[in-house]
Design a protein around this ligand. Structure first.
Ligand code: URP
Ligand code: ZN
Ligand code: ZN
Length: 462
């Protein structure tokens, strides 16, 4: 007998949309069909007029991350509450290796920080900052034993001690290829970028927050993307470029994909919806992320790349810094904590603006739920609605009109990049493994409910 039935909704997957009820038992989907019947103990959610979608998966968040001299303001508890309110039922954060120590130690430490706090399911990407024989051996073990098949490498961030050079990147791609692992890169050209940052820093008072834009022309992203893509092509490795912000990077991915290389990319709402004129405003510094938001023509190309499939995923790069933290810049654009909130608004923004761009609701499910699950090894337990899948489900009201207001959001952020924007559509109920964790954009779940999920290697979308 069902624990819960979602009645009368329109079930939406990446492939289909159809009227059906969804029956849930022990946290899993037990049936999808017409007129499912429960008993007196079965909880009923009436989804008439609503969409019933898989929970979204945000594969790129940084909760309570020590970064830029502070710690990101949404921790594992509040960040995952915010996720639930926005229809995100799984997040993937990072366990970044400290030089001289192992990725395994970083994973252990990050899990300890997360496990008693997380309110929806989560996983971690390993972060490789110290490529050596020990790291090379450990990567295979992590894929097999820890259920972590993805590793992030930063092509910048020298001073943070995170930067990986091209030799390390090449070897990591080579090592993980036969193991079904995936190398993720933050792609920016470190040497030219650092030189330009220093150049504009000299005249920081003249350029203000716009110095962040001037020091990061498009080529500082696409040159690094081109290089990483080449290493993937020649090693046969699987490459995933995070937070793509330029049109040129999409062209590079397209050409490489046409040659049959396993190169993938994600972008984020801030790159799809904002442009670099925000840095000229009074609070321009608030919008600083890394890489920075580019031009309108880049946003247009990013939408097209999602539509055509060159970009597979929308994620957020959530790294929340409130106004007080952002104020640390004191007029010096090189000192702005890079990052912004995002996990709570990802699905509603992608839904609203995606529809305006001609995306079907199935396509929106594909880029926010199914592709993230497939590529990151969570499918079909997550990312779709099917018998036996986890009951990570969003009942979505496609008609509700919402004015985005950070006061009403769960995030700890005291500003929003989308403040006052009018959009249509928001989740009304979010289920995590069959448990209601958010209702009408309010968190109603339980701290510590989320579990670490082991992911599988060899995830593919094509
Ligand atoms: O601005 C950003 N993206 N902050 C988080 C660190 C990163 O590079 O993803
Ligand atoms: Zn990054
Ligand atoms: Zn990031």
């Amino acid at each position: 007998m069902f624990d819960l039935i979602i009645n009368n909704g329109k079930v939406v997957t990446a492939k289909d949309s159809f009227k059906a009820d969804v029956g849930i038992k022990n946290g899993k989907i037990l049936a999808i069909g017409e007129r499912l019947k429960g008993n007196s103990r079965t909880e009923i959610i009436d989804a008439k007029g609503k969409l019933v979608m898989p929970g979204a998966i945000d594969v790129h968040v940084h909760l309570q991350l020590p970064f830029c001299g502070t710690v990101s303001a949404d921790d594992f508890e509040n960040g995952t509450k915010a996720a639930a309110c926005g229809g995100v039922t799984t997040v993937i954060d990072y366990a970044i290796q400290t030089k001289g120590s192992t990725i395994t130690e970083a994973i252990k430490a990050r899990k300890k920080e997360a496990e008693t706090k997380v309110c929806v399911d989560y996983s971690l990407h390993g972060g490789i900052t110290d490529w050596n024989d020990r790291t090379q051996k450990e990567v295979g073990e992590i894929i097999k034993k820890e259920g972590i098949p993805s590793f992030k490498m930063f092509m910048i961030y020298k001073t943070q001690g995170w930067m990986a050079d091209d030799g390390a990147l090449y070897q990591a791609l080579e090592t993980t290829a036969p193991l079904g692992g995936m190398i993720m890169v933050h792609a920016e050209s470190v040497f030219v970028l650092d030189m330009l940052v220093a150049r504009y820093h000299e005249i920081k008072n003249k350029v203000s927050a716009y110095g962040h834009v001037l020091s990061r022309p498009n080529f500082t992203e696409y040159e690094a993307v081109q290089r990483a893509v080449l290493w993937a092509e020649v090693t046969g490795g699987k490459l995933y470029v995070v937070h793509i912000s330029t049109g040129e990077a999409c062209d590079i991915l397209k050409r490489s994909q046409e040659k049959g290389a396993r190169v993938y990319g994600e972008t984020c709402p801030q790159y799809l919806l904002l442009d670099d004129s925000v840095f000229k405003g009074k609070d321009g510094h608030l919008y600083a992320t890394c890489p920075q938001i580019k031009k309108k023509k880049d946003s247009l190309r990013l939408w097209k790349a999602l539509y055509d499939g060159e970009l597979a995923i929308v994620s957020t790069d959530t790294c929340t810094f409130d106004k007080k933290q952002k104020a640390m810049w004191k007029g010096d654009f090189t000192k702005i904590p890079f990052g912004m909130p995002g996990v709570e608004t990802m699905l509603p923004l992608t839904f609203h603006f995606g529809k305006k761009k001609g995306f079907s609701i199935n396509k929106i499910v594909e880029i926010c739920c199914t592709n993230p699950a497939k590529l990151h090894g969570l499918y079909p337990e997550k990312g779709t609605l099917a018998i036996g899948s986890d009951a990570d489900i969003v009942v979505y009201d496609p008609n509700i009109k919402v004015k985005i207001d950070y006061h009403k959001l769960q995030t700890n952020c005291d500003w929003s990049p989308y403040q006052g924007w009018q959009i249509q559509g928001w989740p009304t109920v979010t289920l995590s493994r069959g448990k209601i964790v958010a209702m009408n954009a309010k968190f109603v779940g339980e701290k510590g409910w989320g579990r670490f999920v082991k992911r599988k290697p060899f995830g593919e979308i094509r």
